[in-house]
Ligand binder design. Structure first.
Ligand code: HEC
Ligand code: HEC
Ligand code: HEC
Ligand code: HEC
Length: 477
């Protein structure tokens, strides 16, 4: 099962955090009073606000797609791009089909208790926003019934205005996005589409309240998540490129970082304009380990150096270290976020907007990985991101080898880096990158050296891509 696979690759690193199993109470004033989602999500600008729902459009529901003659065929057609059994793949294999069901599980029940909210998660708007967004749709078609989890229209757009034309003659001549269909061919828009839920959006977020209540920490990396998703489509032009995984990685870095910055912008602008219920500082923005590791230590040893609460680096650490800009906007933002216990909202707002603009203007490539591995001060999040980047680039090399070929030396070394980064089951923090099963810290230097060697190896193997020349943006569908 592919979600299990992902858990064992990427998230096992995190889910081993022992405290996740713990429970505690949290504020309960969070009644889902969020801004109403409005416009279309398919905007090509990185800085455009992201919404999960297209509130003006009509949703038709998954049963409008599932007919045998449409997308519910018993067998995949592998001749064209459309398999025709998309519904079956989604229903049987895709974790998104279970996204509503998980709101009934024990973790969800415990979360609701911890949040002090007296209704089941399956009825709580703050969960449904991401776990069954269509149930929040104000406009629904006649055939809409039941709960869908995350279904066709969440990724492909509200079908009200395209369901009829999309199987008729002349569809190819229309601009599909004008009908509300989301662009998923280009990897950039695909990545942004996933980031709405996996990073957060104006109409849904996973904050420290939710995490403290038991929600998994969201550490989205597009290439790993894309790999783990059971595919209900035949490889298109994007997939067929020899540097597909490198491109996935690039698109993911931009989309995830932009999503995280926009989340921060939203949080801090609510605080700045003193919106009711605004939470600032929002602890989910910060490096979990600066509190959860150092709090006990601080109690014993009150040194000021240890009191720095670091801004989280999952979405920014690699880009910050890999940037050629002397004065990287992300680094300036970090300075503001870490400058005082409660970062000044106006200053954060200014820097976050500059960082978004700089991100939009910059071209992310493997060069970022090379430069970032030169850093001697890698934190765990940035090191894991580098590991995932290297892994993605090696995937492209693997494609040229037979499926049953033995693991290459590079693969073995990549796996070794993974084990340096993995948490041992009994240990709650990646401090010092401890090796599983031992109390010996694997020195950060060992991780940095191993990552640097791998970068050199990939480059000499010709695996690192050229700085992506052509743009791929075929129209949809
Ligand atoms: C509308 C919200 C939404 C969108 C859009 C979305 N996801 Fe998800 N995704 C979820 C939710 C909620 C879950 C958890 C579901 C569960 O556990 O059953 C999830 C789970 C997953 C998982 C399984 C994770 C694990 O821990 O095993 C993968 C992989 C994944 N998504 C990939 C993607 C990719 C790739 C995209 C974009 C092509 C995407 N998702 C778009 C909401 C979304
Ligand atoms: C911003 C969107 C978002 C919101 C809001 C949200 N979730 Fe999630 N949730 C996700 C995503 C995405 C995942 C998958 C995370 C991953 O595996 O990386 C997930 C995973 C989970 C899981 C783990 C599922 C599994 O298969 O183990 C549970 C349980 C869960 N959410 C419950 C809830 C509950 C309860 C709420 C409301 C109190 C909630 N979520 C609110 C997006 C969201
Ligand atoms: C988690 C997001 C997600 C969900 C849920 C999802 N899809 Fe997709 N779908 C994609 C992505 C990404 C692609 C590949 C990009 C592309 O070909 O447009 C795709 C491709 C397709 C294609 C091929 C399009 C083409 O022109 O090649 C069809 C048809 C399709 N999906 C139908 C469905 C149906 C029907 C459902 C519901 C049963 C569904 N999808 C659910 C993300 C999703
Ligand atoms: C600025 C300090 C700070 C940061 C940063 C921080 N937390 Fe917390 N966390 C706390 C405090 C204080 C509590 C107890 C009060 C509460 O529940 O809000 C807590 C509670 C928790 C709990 C409930 C555990 C229990 O035993 O009560 C979890 C789980 C948790 N945090 C996870 C995280 C994760 C994951 C991150 C990073 C995304 C994070 N925290 C970032 C201070 C922090």
């Amino acid at each position: 099962m592919s979600r299990r696979k992902l858990v064992s690759t990427l998230l096992a690193l995190l889910l081993a955090i022992a405290w996740i199993g713990n429970r505690r109470g949290s504020s309960s004033d969070d009644t889902g009073a969020s801004s109403t989602p409005q416009a279309v999500v398919a905007n090509t600008s990185l800085t455009a606000p992201l919404q999960i729902l297209q509130a003006q459009r009509q949703y038709e529901g998954v049963h409008s797609c599932s007919a045998t003659a449409c997308h519910g065929s018993g067998r995949a057609d592998t001749t064209g791009s459309i398999q025709r059994n998309e519904y079956v793949t989604w229903f049987e294999k895709d974790p998104h089909a279970k996204a509503f069901e998980v709101l009934r599980n024990e973790v969800s029940q415990r979360m609701m208790r911890n949040l002090g909210i007296d209704i089941p998660a399956t009825e709580y708007a703050d969960c449904l926003k991401c776990h069954s967004p269509l149930s929040q749709a104000p406009r629904r078609g006649r055939r809409f019934y039941g709960q869908h989890g995350v279904s066709c229209e969440d990724c492909h757009g509200a079908a009200g205005d395209w369901i009829a034309p999309h199987y008729r003659d002349g569809w190819e001549d229309l601009d599909a996005t004008q009908t509300g269909m989301l662009e998923t061919k280009s990897l950039d828009s695909r990545a942004r589409m996933c980031a709405r839920c996996h990073v957060g959006a104006v109409d849904g977020e996973v904050n420290h309240d939710l995490i403290a209540a038991g929600h998994p920490v969201m550490k989205f990396e597009f290439s790993a998540y894309h790999d783990a998703l059971p595919k209900h489509w035949n490889p298109g032009p994007a997939e067929k490129r020899p540097d597909f995984h490198a491109r996935l990685w690039e698109a993911g870095q931009r989309a995830a970082a932009a999503g995280a910055l926009k989340m921060l912008e939203l949080r801090v602008s609510k605080a700045d304009s003193q919106v009711d219920g605004a939470v600032w500082p929002e602890l989910a923005e910060y490096d979990c380990f600066s509190c959860h590791r150092d709090l006990p230590r601080l109690a014993q040893n009150n040194t000021s150096a240890a009191t720095t609460i670091r801004w989280g680096s999952w979405y920014s650490g690699l880009l910050e270290r890999g940037s050629t800009q002397q004065d990287s906007a992300l680094s300036r933002l970090r300075t503001v976020m870490e400058g005082s216990v409660v970062a000044e909202p106006k200053a954060v707002l200014r820097e976050v907007r500059l960082a978004l603009a700089q991100l939009e203007a910059s071209e992310i490539s493997f060069d970022y990985v090379r430069r970032a591995t030169q850093s001697d001060s890698l934190d765990w999040d940035s090191a894991v991101q580098l590991y995932l980047a290297i892994r993605a680039h090696d995937q492209d090399n693997r494609k040229t080898r037979p499926a049953d070929a033995p693991a290459t030396e590079t693969q073995i070394r990549i796996d070794r880096v993974r084990s340096l980064l993995q948490f041992p089951e009994t240990f709650v923090s990646p401090r010092g990158f401890r090796r599983p099963g031992t109390e010996q810290p694997a020195p950060r230097a060992a991780v940095s050296t191993a990552l640097r060697d791998l970068v050199n190896e990939l480059e000499s193997a010709g695996g690192a891509p050229d700085p992506s020349p052509e743009q791929e943006s075929a129209p949809c569908p």
